[in-house]
Design a protein around this ligand. Structure first.
Ligand code: EPU
Length: 418
């Protein structure tokens, strides 16, 4: 079993370069399957979900080469096949093959998706949307879906919640549907825009990505596609937090400010020393941080994926901060570990009152999910003594080269097999 061992409290200086966004690339790779042509995806992060998606694509007949952070995908001999339990449960994003295969072949057979257990995470909006486009959905033995359609026909779809996954999956199905599809209350996350621009290079007609109303004019045939994965705003935000607690002129490169407005606002409100120069950010440790209230929301609100690491930073603010998670039911499992390390946090369902400043002490803790792992990472980095994080497979799904990146700026962190 792999563990991260961190000796806390080392000043960090040097440069960290942000990789491509996980939540973009996990949709871009399946999206490439929409065409029978070739695709190139640049700036692909070295995270564990990528090889999993590559092997799923290969099982569907794609020829793939991955070198120098670039994926070369050739779908000339692609074919339809079941996405089985073994593959589907390894990550959440396997559900994107449902929209893609349905669009391309009129038939998708796929086991329930996996991913972090941070809530019930139903996919009813995806399924209802596919049905609106004319698909029939059946559930087999409570473990897999079969979606089929003789023909998909554009429709008006309203999402009860601006779901990232449902917006993308319905875009995928709609690009090949006959006629026009409108997605109302669509998710506005930057990853949606990134994926829409990829589809546009293939010849898809997608308008309004990044707003709450996306219109798709169905096209029958798509051509070659090309895209660069946007920088990972969640990875950037995590390093901004670490830098605010330990940085000495720590430089973070590849940060798109517009994607992180809510995070910059909250960090500055807390008194963090952050200087932004284009896509480069310089961050310095501040001794006295002020408490702030943080509530996670859909984009452009404070991202749910940064709520947990932010809660660790709030333990270092002098006074009481309120932290509220509004997207998932189960994103507070890290709190007990923060308290075990010396934090003073009172938990009320999906809200927490965090009283600081607390001296955190290194302990053995668990990454119960990806971003809980990030919260433990931030905690271990600032704690006195040594922190061991177990179940770090979760962390490796979202933070590329984490040991290399942090070691290169002075952290004492290692990955061990125990
Ligand atoms: N929801 C439904 N029904 C649906 C779809 C979503 O009720 O059909 C609910 C979910 O249960 C949740 C909320 O809507 O309460 C938001 O879910 P959303 O669909 O937006 O999330 P997702 O697409 O499953 C992606 C990312 C998440 C990220 C969210 C929000 C991927 C693979 N996952 O999830 O990433 O938190 O968007 O930005 O892109 C992470 O990186 O740690 C992570 C969990």
């Amino acid at each position: 079993m792999k563990k991260l061992i961190i000796e806390g409290n080392h000043e960090l200086s040097g440069t960290i370069k942000i990789g491509g966004a996980k939540n973009s690339v996990v949709a871009l790779i399946p999206a490439a399957m929409l065409t029978d042509g070739k695709c190139v995806i640049y700036n692909v992060p070295n995270i564990s979900d990528v090889p999993r998606l590559i092997s799923m694509m290969e099982a569907l007949g794609s020829k793939i080469e991955f070198k120098d952070e670039t994926l070369y995908i050739d779908n000339t001999n692609s074919k339809n096949a079941e996405i089985d339990e073994e593959n589907a449960t390894k990550l959440r994003a396997s559900y994107y093959f449902m929209g893609v295969l349905l669009a391309k072949y009129g038939y998708a057979e796929i086991s329930y998706p996996g991913g972090c257990s941070i809530g019930s995470r139903p996919i009813n909006f995806h399924l209802n949307g596919f049905e609106k486009l004319g698909a029939k959905i059946s559930v087999v033995e409570n473990k897999k879906y079969i979606a089929s359609a003789k023909e998909l026909v554009g429709s008006d779809i309203f999402l009860d919640f601006a779901s990232v996954g449902a917006t993308l999956n319905l875009m995928f199905a709609a690009v090949k549907a006959k006629g026009i599809t409108n997605i109302y209350n669509a998710a506005k996350e930057p990853e949606i825009v990134n994926v829409a621009s990829f589809l546009a290079t293939m010849g898809a007609k997608v308008y309004g990505a990044g707003t709450s109303h996306i219109t798709i004019e169905g096209a029958t045939k798509l051509g070659d596609g090309i895209v660069e994965v946007i920088p990972d705003r969640i990875e950037a935000g995590t390093y901004l937090m670490i830098g605010s607690l330990l940085g000495k002129n720590l430089v973070i490169e590849g940060v798109l400010k517009d994607h992180l407005e809510a995070v910059f606002t909250k960090l500055k409100e807390a008194g963090c020393d952050i200087k932004i120069d284009g896509t480069t950010v310089i961050v310095n440790k501040v001794d006295h941080l002020k408490p702030v209230n943080v509530k996670t929301l859909v984009y452009p609100g404070f991202p749910t994926d940064l709520g947990q690491p932010m809660s660790t930073l709030l333990t270092q603010c002098e006074g009481e901060s309120l932290f509220e998670e509004t997207i998932y039911e189960n994103r507070m499992r890290h709190i007990k570990y923060l308290n075990a390390m010396g934090a003073n946090i009172r938990l009320f369902d999906r809200s927490a009152i965090i009283a600081g400043k607390s001296n955190l002490i290194g302990r053995e803790v668990e990454a119960t999910d990806l971003r809980a792992g990030a919260a433990m990472l931030v905690a271990g980095m600032i704690a006195e003594g040594t922190t061991k994080i177990v179940n770090i497979e979760h962390i490796l799904r979202g933070y590329e080269k984490i040991v290399e990146k942090l070691s290169s700026v002075g952290a004492k962190i290692e990955l061990v097999d125990e």
